[in-house]
Write a protein that binds this ligand. Sequence first.
Ligand code: PXP
Length: 238
Amino acid sequence: MLLGVNIDHVATLRNARGENEPSVIEAAKICIKAGANGITAHLREDRRHIKDNDVYLLKNELKCRLNLEMAATEEMQKIALDLLPDACCIVPERRQEITTEGGLDAFSNKKYLADFVKPLLNAGIEVSLFITPDENQIKAAREIGAHFVELHTGAFSNAFGKNNEEFEFKRLYNASVLANNIGLNVNAGHGLNYSNVHRMNEIPFLYELNIGHSIISKSLFIGLESAVVSMLNIVNKS
Ligand code: PXP
């Protein structure tokens, strides 16, 4: 299974000071050096974390697979066609949400999405739809013409360790089998962490996991001690 690292939260931290630290590009390079198979960045309508310049730098400076997460808007379509990332994952977006909360309603918006993804497909971009593990959504994704679905693992992640874990796990399992049966490739992501991600190995046909929050959070605690030691080495010199 491949791992795409979502680096949005590096940009969130950078934007807190409005300067260029920490560098999103440097962070992406570290992820790739560590063995990640690709970088995922979500260019949101409100540019709350990743900015336009970031996606162009990622595309031009990194020798790896770039997955652009974006809403199905005219503005984002224009950017994607100019940027030509390896993949576009179409996600729903609401300004007030903290993160991408639900899946895309591909079933109710089949015609709009089919028209929306056509130019992306014609440009050779791999298209994925971020959907809940629901039969109607998966079948709709196929009709729309997407190559991939990315199964929303949020409900499973929330259920992990609770009574409904198996129920949510089974939904993902069945969704992956169905998607594969009808010719779709399958990715998954959202809320996966160091405790729950092992269960993804039990699901057949998963191609790539996209993980952000837990990796960036853990990197703080893996790196914080040495960051403090480095600073003390300078401070204590005088
Ligand atoms: N996949 C998609 C489509 C997402 O929107 C997100 C969150 O930005 C992720 C994966 C990663 O989720 P998390 O940050 O919870 O690992």
